[in-house]
Design a protein around this ligand. Structure first.
Ligand SMILES: [Zn+2]
Length: 126
């Protein structure tokens, strides 16, 4: 479905994808309105597989959790007067999480560019 508003009377309209680009009559003001065509970028973001969002959320959560864990580790080692080891462990925790998040991001970007390539070389219906 395509959601848009009438440029004449700003009524919210809803049309099926098949009517994209066609001219319809606004049911309220009876003036001709063209149904907008979804841009390719908007279409592509709509077609992202569900796990992309999940993985991105997971990567962000991983960084946040590791940052908290690192703070706890450093705080505890400060109390035990072992600042060096705490800093080392905390740093390794953050580094590991950042590396994992970067790998997830790399994987997602690779998937995106692969899909874009397939889109560009695939048949076009206009
Ligand atoms: Zn209207």
């Amino acid at each position: 479905m395509i959601a848009f508003s009438c440029p004449h009377c700003t009524t919210d309209l809803l049309r099926s994808d098949r009517e994209a680009g066609q001219e319809i009559e606004c049911p309220v003001c009876k003036k001709p309105v063209q149904v907008p065509v979804l841009t390719s970028s908007a279409l592509q973001s709509l077609r992202l597989p569900w796990y992309y969002l999940f993985l991105e959320f997971f990567a962000v959560a991983l960084v946040i959790i590791s940052a908290v864990a690192a703070l706890v580790i450093i705080y505890r080692s400060l109390k035990a007067k072992q600042f060096f080891w705490g800093l080392l462990q905390g740093g390794l925790t953050v580094f590991g999480a950042l590396a994992s998040a970067a790998l997830i991001k790399l994987f997602l970007d690779m998937g995106r560019s692969l899909r874009d390539m397939r889109h560009r070389s695939g048949p076009r219906s206009g």
